[in-house]
Design a protein around this ligand. Sequence first.
Ligand code: ADA
Length: 565
Amino acid sequence: MPRRIREHSLRPVLDLAGFWDFAFLGEVEPDEVSLSEITFNDRMMVPGNFDATPAYAGKRGLAAYRTTVRPLQVGQQRLMLDGLHHWGRIFVNGAAIADHHGGFTRFYVDFNVADPKPIELVILIDNRFDYQRSPLHQPYFDWYHYGGIARGAELHALGSAWIDALRISTTALNPPTIELSLDYDSTTIGSDLPFTISVNEDIVLSETITLTDKAGSLTRTLTLPGAALWSPQNPNLHQLQVQLGSDDMRERIGLRQITVVEGEVRLNNQPLQLLGFNRHEAHPEFGHAIPAAIHFSDLQILQDMGCNFVRGSHYPQDRLFLDLCDEIGFLVWNESIGWQHTSDHLTDPHFLQAQQQHIDEMVAMSTNHASVIMWGILNESHSNRIESRPAYERLLGRLRELDASRPVTYACNHPFDDECLDLVDIVSINCYPGWYHGGISYIPEHIDNIITRLKETGQGHKPLIISEIGAGAIYGWRDNHQGHWSEPYQAQLLEKVIDTLFVSGKRAMGLAIWQYCDCRTAEDMPKPLGRPRNFNNKGVVDEYRRPKQAYEIVKRMFTDLRKSG
Ligand code: ADA
């Protein structure tokens, strides 16, 4: 989805959103495809998920997208793709130039055009599950993996030197100070280039740079005296523009620091209490390709319920959604794709390499969002197996290496025998008392047992988030027995959860209820009785965002907590 800011004002950029030619090829292997033999007999919206549309609903196989575009200038081109689901091969004028695996992240491929004629772009998309080709997507995950060019697509024209990446972090609050680093590429070396940085249209740095290498980084520290800080209450944002030669890149930054001190997560030294939900980017009509209006109305609904926090389960969030969170002061846990990976995956170099590439892409695309206050990895994986520990060390270590300014975590569902919690800054526990085991009255005891165990294992001093807890409720199902799957049962369970964590005791610093909206689950989900309608029905709103009975309970309790906090 297009962002809330224009990222380049000097660099020529063509938005490729719109209707592309489309063909569903089905059970064909990508290596066997001859582009000239494809009959493009349909059209498909980009961004979009083809298998959320009636003709292809539920289909898995190879699909081909095609468009024709006239580059804005000859020379070096960059095709930016914000999310191919979940494997893609990119062709320019019939020649394959790159493959990519793993949805939900932005990446680019470069190529050159010598003359100003239109070019034909074809992207083969495969939404089948193939561990060798696309190890991050597995058929057993508890959500539906939609296929397609699911987020934005753009064609950038690059000159002789250009900016590849921009990273900005707040290093001091008084006076507000940022560290900015950019990566560049150049086709030549030795030439002098103007290098300027402006904030809110005022030039704060102006230099002449002589590039001594064809690729490199520039890092500068800038103080911005008097610049307003960003916080959930006052989400002040500043426009930043960097120019290198004839190229530029823009960002919108919030000045804020996140620290973990004495069991608290603090934003600009103020302790946070995180109240919110897990949210899948999913909608029955659009799949993962959520339109801008729904991203925004989801946030309006979450705010109406008194939330200040969302866990982007279980993959990196759309940049438009993060832009909106920046603007309204919403706090986000952004995580890499993952769901109950076994130690077989976590000891497989192929899987780990794919995770690391995906983490690199996640951080590159979302590191400048003030709203992102923590990174997560590997939801509910085998962190209770000692052989998995090197994977946690490597991936959490990679996050810290890429971004030392944010705490790291993972959602653990083995609180009684975990082997890796010493590696995180924030302990996050997924648990389902009152749903998968025990009744509602058992919830406080279960949470207390978890806290006792964390203390026994030396992790009790860290901030604790209950990162999942909830109950299924079928929209509209209310009866006097108030049993499992009824709206009243879900409402009572969530009332007990919020009371346990924040009212009758202060047992956690954060809560992400499972989950915001009902979402379609995988077609092969091996629990038909646990997933009626083939949906995960633990939403407090259903898939069309219609509120269940729990909505008003959560709203009243979160709103009271926010007022008293
Ligand atoms: C897990 C998982 C969620 C969802 C949930 C449930 O904790 O992380 O994605 O599957 O359980 O509904 O059971």
